[in-house]
Design a protein around this ligand. Structure first.
Ligand code: ZN
Length: 279
């Protein structure tokens, strides 16, 4: 075993030789092997980035600046900032496994949004403001004219819509495309169905192929909206692909979802969804 003095001597020899190996941000002074008076620094296994700091014997011995790893600060997003259970929360998660509580909850601050509105349904104030900005951007950035198809639907309205769907198509089918009362995002006042002003592919899967549908899919997140029922997440959300249905969650969360690539609220919050109703 080498004495402390011997080890110090080896390090000094390596420093004097100036053969410091830097690899991938981590550096190490290799133990110097002395042969014929030459100090040889063993090379790091990492050969991606080696740099010779100084030439041997001419440069003064200087204390090398140790590059300490500077972690890029990752802004931590507080995924618990708002309730996902409170029916008045902008993050409330409603699906077939999660009914609103109370089941006939009525949202606060419903207003008429200042955009073309086919059914005249109100939305919550924050949604109204975001819709106005979204529609204006679609026009100014892409020359697209949008119209609001649906906004808030009350519990009683959802009863009617669901019952009509069941009567026309049977319950099994109805459960794939119309939420049961208390399970509809439209009852929160935070969900909107958007169409092209032309009416082309309105409330149809082909809306996703229209310029309006494609622009919305790419840009709605900038205004606090989430394309709520993506084509590849039917088993997660429990609803068929709806390229026209957007859910307002606010810009912080929509941006977080966009940046992390998570496309459903169920996956982001780790809560159940699924295609069948419990019980
Ligand atoms: Zn909808």
């Amino acid at each position: 075993m080498a004495s402390r003095r011997a080890r110090v001597g080896a390090v000094v020899a390596a420093l004097t030789a100036g053969l410091l190996v830097i690899g991938g941000g981590a550096w190490a002074i290799a133990a110097a092997a002395t042969r014929n008076g030459d100090a040889v620094a063993a090379r790091s296994a990492d050969t991606t980035h080696h740099e010779r700091l100084s030439s041997p014997s001419t440069a003064p011995v200087t204390t090398p600046v140790i590059p300490s790893p500077t972690p890029t600060p990752t802004p931590t997003f507080d995924s618990g900032a708002y309730s996902i259970d409170d029916p008045t929360s902008i993050w409330v998660v409603v699906n077939k496994s999660r009914a609103l509580n109370p089941v006939d909850a009525v949202p606060p601050d419903l207003v008429q949004p200042p955009v073309p509105n086919i059914n005249g349904q109100p939305v919550r104030k924050a949604v109204s403001d975001a819709l106005a900005a979204l529609f204006a951007a679609a026009k100014s950035e892409a020359g697209l004219d949008l119209t609001l198809q649906s906004g808030y639907r009350s519990y009683d309205t959802q009863v009617s819509v669901y019952d009509e769907d069941v009567a026309a198509n049977g319950q099994a089918y109805a459960d794939t495309d119309t939420a049961r009362p208390g399970h509809s995002e439209h009852q929160t006042g935070l969900a909107v169905d958007i169409s092209a002003a032309s009416g082309r592919c309105s409330l149809d899967a082909c809306f996703g192929q229209t310029p309006e549908g494609q622009w919305l899919a790419a840009n709605a997140w900038r205004f606090g909206f989430l394309l709520r029922y993506p084509q590849d997440k039917v088993a997660v959300t429990g609803f068929t692909y709806e390229p026209w249905h957007f859910r307002y969650v606010g810009e912080p969360l929509s941006t977080e979802l966009h940046e992390t690539g998570v496309t459903t609220l169920e996956e982001y919050f780790g809560v159940p969804g699924g295609e069948s109703y419990p019980g």
